[in-house]
Design a protein around this ligand. Structure first.
Ligand SMILES: Cc1cc2nc3c(=O)[nH]c(=O)nc-3n(C[C@H](O)[C@H](O)[C@H](O)COP(=O)(O)OP(=O)(O)OC[C@H]3O[C@@H](n4cnc5c(N)ncnc54)[C@H](O)[C@@H]3O)c2cc1C
Length: 410
């Protein structure tokens, strides 16, 4: 069997490990337009923070490809997929034949059409190792940095570079930070914490126009800057799949086995959309654990297994200057809120199920809440009152406890 994987990040690695659980012989070729050994994308901010280095950022050890019998073609873009001849076509014209193909092309930054943006000299994105290295080169202790976007990527960038620059301002159209992840109360706690570390926020506002090194906001406020980072969102890389004829409403559409609508072509990770089991809606869940698990499922199925990927939920585990945040699921339902000096907790229940949660500060054992959501555990079968206060395995039956001690290797 000849497996080809386009992409070399979380979904691709999950796929290799999925394939190798069932097939130790088949050939695996990994193609990526990035020239690096597989690395953990979320760590690019820690690289700038000085908390890691390129070696420690590696998502798998140096001998991963060799041990798993993978051939790598790095630093080369796949520009086409010929479904008739079953070939991936590289930018230099090389044709790579496949029996089973995985598209794990991830996402790219969305750049909004703002007047004057194309004239800004020192502007950066923050998605790839290459972006982090380029940004690092532009920073000096005198830099005034403007970041567009108070989402996960913008704020991780802010944390990573704060100590290296003179000032840092984050602008977002939304009225609160991390608007897709936190509620008002949690966002306000996290915002105050970031402000204590010298990050300034301008919310409910956006840039109307850039003039040289100054942004004029819709409110009329003017923000001078030396370095600009655009981090207002991401878009899935669906072009290859769409060009080959796959159905891609927003992300690449896949079934429960991570198969696209095309024969022998699978897709996984940020480039796909999957069903969020807390709402039943198809969504792009651009998150590393989801990418890995989906990739692993695809790999198992490509190698002839019968794995289902049907536990996708929105989930975030992130920290800023030692303040930890974990969130999962969605927040429509009955709320239980706990706010004290140890932090903020919100649990959301509906129809006898835990649907979502937000934890800020005290995040220990959040995995128990996540498991309750993923497994759709009826709350009347466990001691939920106990779990509400403090998540603990004792609240489950013996059988349930044994099941929960397993877990995905991400
Ligand atoms: C700064 C930052 C912080 C983050 N923090 C978190 C976090 O705290 N928690 C979390 O869960 N997630 C986080 N994420 C998101 C997480 O990194 C992604 O969900 C994850 O990397 C998705 O993996 P993937 O394999 O689907 O795609 P990607 O990691 O995007 O990798 C796709 C790869 O495919 C390559 N590629 C694309 N098109 C082609 C082509 N045509 N030919 C060849 N190669 C191609 C790309 O260059 C890339 O190397 C963060 C992301 C960033 C940028």
């Amino acid at each position: 069997m000849n497996y080809v994987i386009i992409g070399n990040s979380a979904a691709a690695i999950g796929c290799v490990e999925g394939i190798r659980q069932l097939d130790s012989e088949g050939s695996i070729t990994i193609i990526s337009d990035e020239p690096y050994h597989t690395y953990s994308r979320p760590l690019i901010s820690y690289l700038l923070y000085g908390k890691t280095d390129e070696q420690r950022m590696k998502y798998r050890p140096d001998d991963f490809y060799e041990k798993n019998g993978c051939k790598t073609i790095l630093g080369k873009k796949t520009v086409d997929i010929c479904t008739e001849k079953k070939q991936a076509i590289l930018e230099d014209g090389t044709q790579i034949p496949y029996d089973k193909l995985l598209i794990a092309t991830g996402s790219r930054p969305f750049v909004p059409p703002i007047k004057g943006l194309d004239q800004v000299q020192n502007q950066f994105r923050f998605m790839k190792l290459e972006d982090a290295k380029a940004l690092e080169k532009a920073l000096t202790p005198d830099s005034r940095v403007l970041i567009l976007g108070a989402g996960l990527i913008g704020l991780k960038c802010a944390e990573g570079i704060r100590s290296r620059v003179q000032s840092l301002t984050v602008v977002d159209l939304a009225p609160r930070i991390l608007p897709n992840v936190l509620d008002e109360q949690a966002a306000s706690i996290v915002q105050k914490h970031l402000e204590k570390h010298g990050i300034e926020f301008i919310l409910s506002d956006s840039v109307a126009v850039f003039q040289a090194q100054q942004a004029t906001l819709k409110s009329g406020k003017k923000v001078p800057f030396d370095v600009l980072v655009v981090a207002v969102g991401v878009r899935p890389n669906t072009e290859l799949a769409a060009k080959a004829g796959a159905v891609c409403p927003r992300g690449i559409m896949v079934d429960e086995h991570c198969k696209t609508t095309l024969t022998d072509i699978y897709a996984a990770g940020d480039c796909t959309e999957s069903i969020d089991i807390t709402t039943g809606e198809a969504k792009i869940l651009a998150l590393l654990p989801n990418a890995y698990m989906q990739g692993e499922c695809a790999g198992l199925c490509m190698a002839g297994g019968q794995k289902y990927y049907n536990q996708a939920i929105p989930m975030n585990a992130v920290g800023f200057f030692e303040l930890h945040i974990i969130t999962a699921g969605n927040y429509g339902g009955e709320e239980y809120i706990q706010l004290d000096e140890s932090g903020y907790k919100k649990l959301v229940t509906k129809d006898n199920l835990l649907k979502g949660y937000i934890l800020v500060g005290q995040v220990e054992r959040a995995g128990i809440y996540t498991a309750l959501i993923r497994e759709r555990t009826p709350l009347d079968t466990i001691d939920f009152e106990l779990i509400k206060q403090k998540p603990q395995l004792m609240a489950f039956s013996k059988v349930q406890r044994a099941e929960k001690l397993g877990g995905a290797k991400i």
